[in-house]
Design a protein around this ligand. Structure first.
Ligand code: SF4
Length: 444
């Protein structure tokens, strides 16, 4: 049997899709690139924001429209955690749904669907799984035993899932549940498996990577020793990259560890969401003074560090003055990479019912303004690299050029470096930067 898997949403979903691939591989179900060649069509959905939900439903409809009678369409992931069988009602071509924490049950679900009586009920949860205890279906206990298959020189490694924070705009804790960490030994094993398949870069992901280990013997500051173990126990690992840090959780020990081990790239992704104290208070996020201290400490320890962050504009009650504080903060901090999102009024979150919701056109205007503001900063920063050299990891090649990334670029979300020569994929090269745009660099 063959499956075609479409992954939507964030890097955490990409990591889950790697796990889905691993578990299907174990039962002899293999991947194919073209949907038409597969018997099983799977969409790993995103349910985070209205726009991402729409994208997931559109993808399901699109595959559903073309689905042959011998094909099965299965929806997995966050959209299902949020809306369950409602997704099947929305897209009737979907044969079954399975939520974000239960995809380990996919082989059993496929077996059930293949052998079911066509006239029988389609609700897998009540029909096929009602007798199974939740833990048996849960990814938590078994996921660490799955072999990992690498898909290129860079791989996401999910070290935890869920979140215990109370950010008022965010539905993630309701979808993913409380924070739960993968045991360190399992992470080291997974990293070794990946490196043995020529993976050069491991990108650590979780909803909050800096909360790693809090649930394991209530161990605070456990991310630093985990990174230390990755750097000392995984031979051949060249780059470790840290995504999704939480501003209040970046400890001095973590910064020291990042600065100490040459494998840890001088890069951090730390979503800040806003910069005005009042907005942050309504968001239930750490104060900007804590953030400033953290950014100062990171830069003091690693002067060349590239900092990526994201902000939300148009949060309920955001005044012109509050928005201006965000623009001023962009000027002050000169971030390397910034994502700007319009506030999305998500049902079930405290922020959805806050007074003074901001009009859609104001949100859009502020996003455009903040993006244009940051683009100038980003261009100036990129131009400062012209004439200098960077080590890059080659990820693609063709037509006489190579596509590569430096320590400043996380996969998928950041820029690329276009090199004027075909280089071996998966190898490092030293590149001299010859020109720059807002997002990307060119080099030789
Ligand atoms: S820390 Fe991130 S995932 Fe957790 S509630 Fe806040 S925004 Fe959501």
């Amino acid at each position: 049997m063959q499956y075609h898997l479409l992954t939507l949403g964030c890097a955490k979903n990409v990591a889950d899709s790697d796990g889905i691939g691993a578990i299907l591989d174990q039962v002899g179900i293999t991947p194919v690139d073209k949907a038409g060649d597969a018997e099983i069509l799977i969409v790993n959905t995103c349910g985070f924001l209205q726009a991402s939900r729409q994208e997931s439903l559109d993808a399901l409809r699109n595959l559903g429209d073309k689905k042959r009678p011998d094909q099965l369409l299965i929806a997995v992931g966050c959209l299902i955690s949020r809306y369950g069988a409602g997704v099947q009602r929305e897209v009737p071509a979907v044969d079954a749904v399975i939520d974000a924490g239960r995809w380990l049950a996919l082989p059993r679900l496929i077996h059930y669907l293949k052998s079911r009586d066509e006239t029988g009920p389609r609700d897998w949860l009540t029909e096929a799984y009602q007798d199974l205890p939740l833990e048996q279906l849960s990814a938590r206990s078994i996921v660490e035993q799955l072999p990992r298959a690498a898909r290129g020189p860079s791989a996401y490694l999910k070290i935890a899932d869920g979140c215990d924070r109370l950010c008022t705009f965010c539905i993630i804790p309701a979808i993913k549940g409380s924070h739960h960490s993968k045991p360190a030994d399992a992470i080291i094993d997974e990293a070794r498996q990946l490196v043995s398949q020529d993976v050069k870069e491991i990108v650590l992901v979780a909803q909050d990577t800096t909360a790693y280990g809090w649930d394991l013997q209530k161990q605070h500051d456990a991310l630093a020793p985990l990174i230390e173990r990755l750097c000392t126990e995984v031979d051949g690992l060249r780059w470790v990259r840290l995504m999704y840090a939480y501003p209040g959780h970046v400890t001095p020990r973590l910064i020291e560890t990042m600065a100490h081990f040459p494998q840890v790239v001088h890069y951090i992704d730390v979503p800040l969401q806003h910069a005005h104290p009042e907005t942050l208070m309504r968001m239930k996020r750490p104060n900007v003074d804590i953030t400033r201290k953290m950014l100062d400490s990171l830069r003091a320890a690693m002067p060349d560090i590239a900092i990526r962050t994201t902000f939300i504009v148009g949060f309920p009650g955001e005044t012109n003055e509050e928005f201006q504080a965000l623009l001023d903060f962009l000027d002050e901090q000169q971030f390397d990479r910034v994502g700007i999102f319009e506030f999305s009024q998500e049902e079930g979150t405290p922020a959805a019912t806050l007074p003074d919701q901001v009009a859609a056109k104001t949100k859009k205007y502020r996003r455009d303004q903040a993006m244009a503001h940051q683009q100038k900063i980003s261009l100036a920063k990129n131009k400062s690299w012209v004439g200098k050299e960077l080590d890059v990891l080659v990820e693609g090649v063709g037509d006489g050029v190579s596509i590569a990334r430096s320590y400043r670029d996380a996969p998928e979300v950041d820029g690329i470096i276009l090199v004027n020569k075909e280089l071996p994929i998966g190898e490092f090269a030293r590149v001299k930067i010859t020109s720059a745009s807002e997002y990307d660099l060119m080099g030789k």
